[in-house]
Write a protein that binds this ligand. Structure first.
Ligand SMILES: [Mn+2]
Length: 233
């Protein structure tokens, strides 16, 4: 079975309960479509758990991108004497990240020993920009937010990193004739015209799975084989 979830945002407790609800077997694959980190209290324990599971396939979110930028700079500087050596660009990245809820990720990271810090950073660098799967003859494109500057004939490899992780898709519009788009990033409550505020949104070739966990709301997941949905509220 193929499962998707997204935008866990540091809620380790909901993540753990979701893995009991599904439940994930060895032969299943769980795609996690980004924004594992930031905001909630325990993002790093989620990453450490994901790293132990070969059948969890992570896709990059904008929050992982911000975290990687900053954590790399911090790890590099940790042996040097003064923070004043940060470039203006790094200071701006750090400021932006902290505004977006990066504090809990930073704190969790600081509690790790050097070897685990290195392992977590390397793991974050492995996150894919998108994934394609075919289930029961249906094609699915999985991404955190994208694709931006969309054209149906544009090959997927042509989209750059920023075109996958920040986009606000138009959920009233069908993008591909021949595949479904599975995305997080935009909470379902923010989809115009959607009346289901904390359930997975399925319409117009979209499956939008961010049910609001990032603001203390529901964590949702979907099984692509059966269409069954799972919720931890
Ligand atoms: Mn996002």
């Amino acid at each position: 079975m193929i499962y998707c979830m997204s935008d866990i945002h540091g809620d380790y407790e909901k993540y753990r309960r979701m893995l009991e609800a599904i439940p994930l077997r060895e032969e299943d694959t769980l795609y996690i479509l980004g924004d594992v980190v930031d905001r909630g209290p325990e993002p790093v324990p989620i990453l450490l758990d994901m790293m132990q599971r070969p059948n969890v396939r992570p896709v990059l979110g904008n929050h992982e991108y911000m975290a990687v930028l900053c954590l790399r700079a911090l790890v590099k500087k940790i042996t040097e004497e003064t923070i004043s050596e940060f470039s203006a660009e790094t200071v701006r990245d750090l400021w932006n990240w902290q505004q977006e809820g990066g504090q809990t990720t930073l704190e969790g990271f600081r509690r790790l020993d050097a070897a685990r810090r290195k392992a977590v950073l390397e793991y974050l660098l492995e996150f894919e920009l998108y994934e394609e799967v075919t289930v029961n003859g249906n094609r699915y494109l999985l991404a955190h937010a994208g694709p931006e500057n969309f054209s149906e004939n544009r090959p997927l490899w042509d989209y750059g990193l920023h075109e996958w992780i920040w986009t606000r898709l138009d959920y009233t519009k069908r993008y591909y004739k021949d595949r479904f788009l599975v995305t997080g990033h935009t909470p379902v409550a923010c989809i115009p015209g959607n009346t289901q505020k904390d359930s997975i949104f399925r319409a117009n070739g979209h499956i939008a799975i961010d049910c609001g966990c990032g603001s203390g709301g529901t964590l949702g997941a979907i099984c692509l084989d059966t269409g069954e949905t799972f919720y931890v509220r």
